[in-house]
Every structure is written in structure tokens, then in C-alpha cells.
Design a protein around this ligand. Structure first.
Ligand code: UDP
Length: 242
């Protein structure tokens, strides 16, 4: 029988905006959102403290818009706002499922989200509220992957879980190459040297410098989050040794 005892007390889960779009590739897919929320609820019911960093790529990506001629910094703020839209959607669905949540934002949005204050974030986690971090790092030229590494360190999460739409880290894009090989484990430095597309290099470097273990896994399969927090070997573990 698979284990149902968590091996972590506090985790940070990074969910990209793209993951919320489902097959449409844009916007928010209600069914996907409800599944993510129920997976989060199941993991939380095991007694672990959960923080989520949410992306915004399903609504707006700063770099892509800047390439079309808009001002990059403006575009990045638009991207940060997109993460806040996703955060409110996730909060809504979680609360419908009876999960107590708080949304914190790295950019000021006082009508809809609390400002990010580390001590307050820790207090929410201790009070068993699921915490959703929005607004990325609050700075242009960054990504929500980097925000996830940063917040994971700040809240002293034991692991950073990166939700993806494939089963982990592969040597080649598994959606384009039938013969791609999945790594069970890999070191941060190999991820950087091989330029494997799992998180951007700033995010990986931050994990590497601070020895924060990263696990990439497929959130599309219901129940995977519980499996990962219970130590089942699905996905890819990224750490110092590899
Ligand atoms: N963004 C930013 N600073 C941050 C985090 C995000 O400027 O610290 C902007 C950036 O334009 C990015 C957009 O927000 O393209 C959406 O975030 P991201 O691309 O990381 O979302 P994801 O790929 O996870 O959906």
C-alpha cells in the first residue's frame, strides 16, 4: 500500500500559470483549477504547511509582450498583475472546498491581497492557512520561478516542488521527442550546464547556492502531490549530488 505519511512539514509549490490553462493554453480552466485545489487540500489534510507561488504566463508574459515593442518594465508589471488574477482564482476555488487561505502580494494591492511580510507569512503557515504568494518577486526582469526559490528559502520550506505538465526533468523535450529519457535524480549544476528547461537559471542557482532540494513532478495527474509529499519516487529530484 502506498505511504500516506508526509515526509515534510513545510513545502513550497510552484504552479505556473500555464498549468492552470489546461489544453486551451490561455486563461484559467475551471476543471484544472478545481483539481489543483483538491490536490492541495488532500496534501494539507496530511498536516503539512503549504505555500504556493503562482505564475501568470497563462495571461501575460512580460518578455513576449516586450518583444512586440512594449516597454519591458511595464510588461513585467502586467505579468505580475496576471499572477494576482491567478492567485485570486485559486483562493476562490480552495475556499469553496473549505480550505482556509491567504493571498500575499509582492506588489501593493491592498484591496485584494495582504502585502508580503515574512513574519506574517510564517504566522499564517503556523495557523495552518494555505498561503498563496502572488506578484512574483515584485521586481521586473524576474520570473515566478525565482520568486518560488526565494520565498521557499525565506519561509524555510524543506523542499521546493515544481509542478510541470510532464513527469519530471528529461534530456530532451518529451512532448517533441519520443526517445527522451527522464532523470530520476540530477544535480543543479547538470541542469544548468545541460540547459534543461525546468526552471530558469536564476531560480536554479538560488536553490544550488542554498542547498534547497527541488522536485519536479507532473501535477496533471490527480493525487501526485500527495505522493510527492509522502516521499514516493515520482518526478525528478534535483539537489547537490544528483
Ligand atoms: N514577473 C516579473 N517579476 C517577477 C515575477 C514575474 O516581472 O518576479 C512577470 C514577468 O513578466 C513574467 C510574468 O510576470 O513573464 C509572469 O510570470 P512567469 O512567466 O514566471 O509565469 P509562469 O511561467 O510561471 O506562468
Amino acid at each position: 500500500m502506498p505511504a500516506t505519511k508526509p515526509i515534510y512539514k513545510r513545502i513550497l509549490l510552484k504552479i505556473s500559470g500555464e498549468a492552470l490553462a489546461g489544453d486551451k493554453g490561455f486563461g484559467i480552466n475551471g476543471q484544472v483549477l478545481r483539481q489543483v485545489a483538491s490536490d492541495l487540500k488532500a496534501a494539507k489534510n496530511l498536516g503539512i504547511q503549504i505555500a504556493v507561488v503562482i505564475g501568470g504566463g497563462n495571461i501575460f508574459r512580460g518578455l513576449s509582450a516586450a518583444e512586440e515593442g512594449m516597454d519591458r518594465v511595464n510588461c513585467d508589471y502586467m505579468g505580475m498583475l496576471a499572477t494576482c488574477i491567478n492567485a485570486l482564482a485559486l483562493q476562490d476555488v480552495l475556499e469553496q472546498q473549505g480550505v482556509s487561505t491567504r493571498v500575499m502580494s509582492a506588489i501593493e494591492l491592498s484591496d485584494i491581497a495582504e502585502p508580503y511580510i515574512r513574519r506574517r507569512a510564517l504566522r499564517h503557515l503556523e495557523k495552518e492557512r494555505l498561503l498563496i504568494f502572488s506578484g512574483g518577486t515584485g521586481n521586473p526582469y524576474f520570473t515566478t520561478d525565482t520568486a518560488a526559490s526565494l520565498r521557499a528559502m525565506e519561509i524555510e520550506a524543506e523542499v521546493l516542488l515544481k509542478a510541470t505538465k510532464v513527469d519530471g526533468v528529461f534530456d530532451k523535450d518529451p512532448e517533441k521527442n519520443k526517445n527522451s529519457k527522464k532523470f530520476a535524480k540530477i544535480s543543479y549544476i547538470d541542469v544548468l550546464n545541460k540547459e534543461l528547461k525546468i526552471m530558469d537559471s536564476a531560480a536554479i542557482s538560488l536553490c544550488m547556492d542554498n542547498r534547497l532540494t527541488l522536485i519536479a513532478f507532473n501535477l496533471k495527474h490527480k493525487g501526485n502531490l500527495v505522493k510527492v509529499v509522502c516521499g514516493e519516487k515520482i518526478g525528478t529530484i534535483i539537489n547537490h549530488q544528483g
